[in-house]
Write a protein that binds this ligand. Sequence first.
Ligand SMILES: Cc1cc2nc3c(=O)[nH]c(=O)nc-3n(C[C@H](O)[C@H](O)[C@H](O)COP(=O)(O)OP(=O)(O)OC[C@H]3O[C@@H](n4cnc5c(N)ncnc54)[C@H](O)[C@@H]3O)c2cc1C
Length: 404
Amino acid sequence: MFPPLETKKKIVILGCGFAGLELVKELKKILKDSVEITVVDKSGYFTYNPGLFDFFSGKIKEKDVVLKYEELFKGLNIEFIQDKVINVKTRMKTVNLENSVLKYDFLVVALGSQVKYNHLPRVDNKLFLFDSFNSVKKLSTHINSLMESLKNVKKIETQNKKLTFVVVGGGLTGIELVFDLREKLYKLCRKNGIKKKNLDITLIQEGKILEQLEERVGIKVHDYLEKLNIHVIVGQRVTRVDEHRIYIGDGRAFATDTIIWCGGVMPTKAIFRSDLTTKVDGGIIVNNYLQSVTNPNVYALGDNVHFEHEKKKLSKTYLHAIDKAKYVALNLVNEITGDGEKHGFIPKEDKFWFKLGSWNGIYFKNDFYFDGFFISLGKSLKDKDKYRMIKFRDEFKKLKKNLR
Ligand SMILES: Cc1cc2nc3c(=O)[nH]c(=O)nc-3n(C[C@H](O)[C@H](O)[C@H](O)COP(=O)(O)OP(=O)(O)OC[C@H]3O[C@@H](n4cnc5c(N)ncnc54)[C@H](O)[C@@H]3O)c2cc1C
């Protein structure tokens, strides 16, 4: 049994995605009720992001991609506050939320990332994001009703009108999405009596396709996109979007019905408004123990961290986020109780597994890659299995049982 502390320390965890949720679980497992844990998230539920593609395609349901915090934390003596973090003032050891102010002894920042689209105007009903459960739901509703509204409308065929869809961003999210989008649209064409030739799907990428992976993978995917009649524009930045068109760097403009913005991510704005030490990309600079280099009682993990390993910036994946949480839990326990020792974070090797629609996929690790139908099938089964969702749900159930 862990001895109760005379004065309970208060740990505040900002953000309850992959990193925050794993940390809550690990801390509760080790420290039980000997510390006060407060969790803040602007959302009321955890989202299993990798499952959003299958949710968009209609292959899995809402319950397979979201988990309510209320359900997870029930009976665990965790204070959950659903509110938006505005900033952190480390000098005063406070966190400013939209509706209140919090004090902490130890702070953990796990606010993830947000889509980089600052330079774009808001064009409602045309520009969509693919970064959260709500944004995917909004996009699905838009596409379904757009295609439904054209049901049996002969005009688009007689006038040879094209239904245009543009995906901006040829990174992992944009690529996985564009193939799913094509399949979804083909299905809706069949359902609504629209000819496939009336569709025009374009992918615009500022640099090269999948430039975070090896060039040969990018080339392979580029060829496959073209083989499936997806137009690819590379080396062009989107400069402007208005009610009718999307404009790119070389001066061209395209009429479009729907733009899906997958143009990269950056740490959440709350980090920029805080007095934490960050890199130019906004990532919080941490030492090997994942402690802020300027504020030792502040830890940071997940996507909002700037961490270099062997001179390479760590990629933003949920596996790294979960791993970091395990290290932060042990380091916090050591800090608060003197128990154990501090552990320097050593990231595991990157691996990328993604689908190119239902019939193709890529698995990339250590300069090797495999592609083909079985890679796509395997990824689908893994996501369908709601791998991490089931794991989280079961682990929290087990935790409750052990704490009883
Ligand atoms: C569509 C999509 C598919 C993906 N597929 C994969 C994949 O297949 N494999 C993989 O490894 N990674 C994938 N990722 C990336 C992966 O989801 C992230 O790397 C991972 O979520 C990072 O974990 P995190 O805890 O840092 O951030 P998140 O999981 O994003 O959690 C951050 C939390 O902070 C909350 N938050 C943010 N700002 C505020 C604020 N101001 N106030 C209060 N709360 C706030 C959010 O609501 C969220 O709950 C995907 C991401 C997306 C968007």
